[in-house]
Design a protein around this ligand. Structure first.
Ligand SMILES: N[C@@H](CCC(=O)N[C@@H](CS)C(=O)NCC(=O)O)C(=O)O
Length: 242
């Protein structure tokens, strides 16, 4: 096996996807976590201009950037167990694409959307308790910068929340038709499951997510993930009822 280095940011869900694939395939790797901010220059240096997001992996020095490219490359390196099982490969690829292009951003916008209203909860994502007042001042500045960076606005947040039930129904349907949720995770399980696992940290979303296939899938493939934003963060009426 070649030497593999995974470059990541600690709370990143696409990094969880890439790392879960490495573990699933039993591939040895070293994980290097950048600090947010520092990652931009370091990733561009390693993966080329414009490739500033995580995850990236270096495979004997060969740069592979982005969770989907990484999973496809790992499949070539070590075909078993398959991330794209032959009999469902097309459906898995389409579900993986959807999970990346249409669901993954919610794993950034919805938690950060809620943290704007409950900044002290930023501390829970580092595995600690809620922040003290000085820490909360810092978190308020961080949440403002993050809203700007990810283009989060109150209108966009309300729109994301309104559209969430249909997306969750789609995930349940993928479990129902056997595209995901089998005995061994495939690429779409890992892509979709990581985003849903992050959403489970948002107390306001728990009623929408709990006791259904979508929750079971996320907790099965990603049992541990820190972070707890108490319910009641989003303004009243923004979270659709189930
Ligand atoms: N769709 C890409 C997106 C990766 C992505 O946006 N990663 C986030 C972390 S969750 C990131 O690097 N954020 C920092 C930044 O945008 O500079 C993938 O799956 O690899």
């Amino acid at each position: 096996m070649p030497e593999i280095v995974l470059h990541a940011l600690p709370p990143s869900h696409p990094c969880m996807t890439a790392e879960a694939a490495l573990k699933l395939k039993g591939i040895a790797y070293e994980r290097i976590d950048f600090t947010p901010g520092e990652h931009v220059a370091r990733m561009a240096e390693l993966y080329g201009e414009g490739n500033t997001t995580v995850p990236g992996v270096l495979i004997d020095g060969e740069p592979v950037h982005g969770s989907r490219r990484i999973l496809a490359r790992l499949e070539q390196l070590q075909p078993a167990p398959p991330l794209y099982p032959e009999e469902t490969a097309d459906a898995v690829r389409e579900a993986e694409r959807w999970g990346d292009e249409e669901l993954q951003d919610l794993g950034r916008r919805l938690p950060w959307g809620a943290l704007h209203f409950r900044p002290e909860a930023v501390g829970t994502f580092g595995g600690a308790g809620p922040l003290d007042p000085a820490g909360t001042d810092f978190a308020i500045r961080m949440a403002r910068a993050t809203w700007k960076y990810h283009g989060i606005t109150a209108q966009r947040l309300a729109h994301d929340l309104a559209g969430l039930p249909a997306k969750l129904d789609r995930v349940d349907a993928l479990v129902g038709d056997g595209t995901i949720g089998g005995g061994t995770p495939n690429a779409a399980d890992l892509q979709i499951g990581a985003t849903i696992r992050v959403l489970l940290t948002v107390g306001d979303l728990v009623p929408l997510l709990s006791d259904r296939p979508v929750e079971e899938l996320a907790r099965r493939w990603f049992p541990g993930y820190p972070g707890e934003i108490p319910a009641g963060a989003y303004p009243a009426g923004w979270v659709p009822s189930r």
